[in-house]
Design a binder for this molecule. Structure first.
Ligand SMILES: NC(=O)C1=CN([C@@H]2O[C@H](COP(=O)(O)OP(=O)(O)OC[C@H]3O[C@@H](n4cnc5c(N)ncnc54)[C@H](OP(=O)(O)O)[C@@H]3O)[C@@H](O)[C@H]2O)C=CC1
Ligand SMILES: O=C1O[C@H](COP(=O)(O)O)[C@@H](O)[C@H](O)[C@H]1O
Length: 494
């Protein structure tokens, strides 16, 4: 968290007619307005090629927020702040027309000259738009100008570096807000608080007391309409390089000296630097890849990845990744961080399990009835909460101790709604708080790590498909932990 400013701004959304804008951005802006977190000094320009006028655009925005509207609530004041400008980002004249509208609205809404440009467009346009915003005078020297960039930020280190150079020719690092929506999730933000505000965890958070940490983000859906993008990307690039490694960094970083953006980022960067790089010829010791076959999810038969579209036939793209990552520093030497993510798995869930080492001597359990390790479970989604697994006195005949759970569920409190990730991140950007956005060094180091895994995979053709839809991935993902004497903790009811 960094010193916060007032949320006064003109927001320009490139890609305003697209899926992300409709499904995530407009409902998030609506919630921020309804909660009074942004007010009359914020207006929004939607920019895309569709030949819409302001009224047609407002109608689409209305449709996108219809699920959020109460029956007796009028959306008119909210919608009146939305304007549309037809823009082809490849056409220079578009930027000049956009500039005129920006100037008009800035005066009307008294936005102090603050401008947020949100790039909700295909990544190949990111560099071009950033440079043209600069070249056509859309950056404002009176207020602040910020550029929000969606993922993916590159396809590998080389392309990310090229994109970063292009963007940096027009914007300074502190003006660039690279989105990783996992950093906007309530329980991901809670990792730091749980660690740094609780002595019982803070003091034990190291290799003396923790045996391993497991991070899972599983999805039950397949690739759906995004198959074209996904087939060129795969789970390692789509989920591991960003979301999974970001959660790992928050779990592993040293306490920052303050919560200022630079301090938090600098601790995360140190984690990325300490991550043991996997040599391509050793990739199979550390990483497992998978692709789903036909299977059953929620009682419904589903087709294999390769059957989802004719273009996917014969594909070698991984839809599942499990990995073991070591952080070679004093705190974490010898502690494996296991990560696991994939499509068409048994459940949609994201969960972190911190497994503590057992007591050195066991008074209450015998050989057949082993002591359960203490677990701290951070439920990221769908439930949001924390569960602590302890051992306590048992009343059952023949046993002296048994595992019990202490749970706190955030989203089960009546009337409590966790803000959507995009809601928080949009507000953070307006407030000038870049803590929950990724710094270039984090992006570069995580690409370097993933590139060597992918390089190792390229050397050997995978034997795909290798897991059934509706399961928790290929057998090799389970063996990865078993050979270290661990197992994956379940993602349900834990
Ligand atoms: N959808 C999602 O859930 C997520 C998306 N993202 C990222 O967000 C970005 C956008 O994704 P998504 O919304 O799904 O993509 P869509 O394909 O749904 O939308 C693309 C948008 O770009 C506009 N566009 C395309 N070409 C031009 C052009 N030459 N000039 C101006 N506008 C143009 C399209 O509008 P028009 O045709 O009217 O010009 C449309 O508004 C991508 O980087 C994606 O990776 C990230 C996470 C999740
Ligand atoms: O960034 C992405 O994330 C989603 C999963 O996000 P979640 O918030 O629903 O867990 C994933 O489906 C998508 O492939 C990926 O690009």
């Amino acid at each position: 968290m960094t010193k916060q400013q007032e949320p006064r701004a003109l927001i320009v959304i490139f890609g305003a007619t697209g899926d992300l804008a409709m499904r995530k951005l407009y409902p998030s802006i609506f919630n921020l307005c309804r909660n009074g977190q942004i007010d009359e000094n914020v207006a929004i320009i939607g920019a895309a090629r569709k030949p819409w006028n302001h009224m047609e655009f407002r109608q689409r925005v209305l449709e996108s927020i219809s699920n959020n509207l109460e029956s007796d609530e009028s959306p008119n004041a909210f919608l009146s702040r939305f304007y549309y400008q037809q823009v082809d980002v490849t056409d220079e004249a578009s930027y000049k027309e956009l500039h005129h509208l920006v100037i008009d609205l800035e005066e009307k809404y008294d936005t102090d000259g603050n401008r947020m440009f949100y790039l909700a467009m295909a990544p190949e346009f990111f560099g071009m738009i950033a440079q043209r915003i600069d070249r056509f005078g859309l950056k404002n020297s009176d207020g602040w100008t910020r550029l929000v960039i969606e993922k993916p930020f590159g396809h590998d280190l080389a392309s990310a570096q090229k994109l970063n150079n292009e963007v940096r020719e027009a914007f300074d690092e502190d003006q660039i807000y690279r989105i990783d929506h996992y950093l906007g999730k309530e329980m991901v933000q809670n990792i730091e608080v749980i660690r740094f505000a609780n002595g019982i965890f803070g003091h034990l958070w190291n290799n003396q007391f923790i045996s391993n940490i497991q991070i899972t983000s599983s999805e039950s859906l397949g690739v759906e309409e995004r198959f074209h993008f996904y087939n060129q990307s795969g789970a390692a690039r789509d989920m591991v390089q960003n979301h999974m490694l970001q959660m790992l960094a928050l779990l592993a970083m040293e306490p920052p000296i303050t919560l200022d953006t630079d301090e938090v980022r600098s601790e995360k960067i140190k984690v990325f630097r300490a991550m043991r790089r996997i040599k391509p010829d050793k990739v199979d010791e550390y990483f497992v890849r998978g692709q789903y076959d036909r299977g059953e999810i929620n009682g419904k038969q589903v087709v294999s990845y390769q059957e989802e579209h004719e273009d996917l036939k014969g594909s070698n793209t991984e839809t599942f990744v499990a990995g073991k990552i070591y952080i070679d520093n004093y705190r974490w030497a010898g502690v494996p961080f296991y990560i696991r993510t994939g499509k068409r798995m048994a459940e949609k869930a994201a969960k972190i399990v911190v497994e503590f080492k057992n007591m050195p001597m066991n008074l209450y359990y015998d050989e057949k009835d082993k002591q359960q390790p203490n677990l701290l479970v951070i439920n990221v989604q769908p439930e949001e909460g924390v569960t602590l697994h302890l051992n306590a006195k048992s009343n059952k005949p023949g046993t002296q101790a048994e595992p019990i759970k202490l749970s706190y569920l955030y989203n089960h409190k009546s009337g409590m709604r966790s803000p959507e990730a995009y809601e928080k991140l949009l507000l953070d950007c307006m407030l000038g708080d870049a803590t929950n956005f990724t710094h270039w060094d984090e992006v570069a180091l995580s690409w370097a790590f993933i590139d060597s895994v992918i390089e190792g995979w390229k050397r050997k053709k995978p034997n795909f498909p290798n897991y059934k839809a509706g399961t928790m991935g290929p057998d090799a993902a389970h063996e990865l932990l078993e050979k270290d004497g661990f197992h994956w903790w379940p993602i349900k009811d834990i």
